[in-house]
Design a binder for this molecule. Structure first.
Ligand code: HEC
Length: 162
């Protein structure tokens, strides 16, 4: 009998501090820093103030003018075909992507270069590209166009009324 009482007392003694600890944990205030602002999700990311040329840190060759010589245009036609632009673009109407007619009038050369070399960054960061994505609901893909091919490609696009 005496042993049972002692055992019960021992249990109580062992149990009490545990319960105290639990209570303390529950009452502890959770954020020690007083709360940090929620991280914005990618879709909520604020649009940058980038200007008509697109985000300046997206590297593209400095090209003062689009070439108009027949050799460049001819070479650019091959680039347009082999790089698969025609799968999504044509001149005269919208396909998967926008109608390229008049594109060299409505955008700067640097902006078009950035769109061709860095399409995903543009859709994420450039307000104009963001809007285009909202209408077309497809993201343009980087087609492996090299910096050397760019002037010819632009020459062909412009020659087609782009
Ligand atoms: C998978 C389809 C697809 C391919 C391939 C593609 N594009 Fe695009 N392109 C788009 C879409 C869609 C947009 C609109 C922006 C977006 O949603 O990503 C666009 C936008 C553009 C724009 C801007 C048009 C405007 O009105 O301002 C240009 C210029 C352009 N593409 C050129 C090209 C060239 C040149 C190639 C080939 C190297 C190419 N694209 C390949 C789908 C494509």
């Amino acid at each position: 009998m005496r042993a049972v009482v002692l055992f019960a007392l021992a249990l109580l003694a062992a149990g009490c501090p545990e319960r105290e600890e639990e209570k303390e944990e529950k009452e502890a205030p959770s954020p020690p820093t007083g709360g940090t602002p929620a991280k914005p999700s990618p879709t909520m990311a604020p649009t940058e103030d980038v200007g008509p040329d697109g985000p300046a840190d997206l590297a593209v060759p400095a090209l003062a003018a689009i070439p108009t010589d027949p050799a460049s245009i001819e070479a650019g036609k091959a680039v347009f075909e082999t790089r698969g632009c025609g799968a999504c673009h044509q001149f005269g109407s919208k396909l998967v992507g926008p109608d390229l007619t008049g594109v060299t009038q409505r955008r700067t050369i640097l902006w078009i270069e950035r769109m061709i070399l860095h399409p995903s960054e543009m859709v994420r960061r450039d307000p104009v590209a963001k809007d285009l994505f909202k209408t077309h609901l497809t993201e343009m893909t980087y087609q492996g166009v090299t910096e050397e091919e760019l002037p010819e490609l632009l020459a062909y696009i412009k020659s087609q009324g782009g």
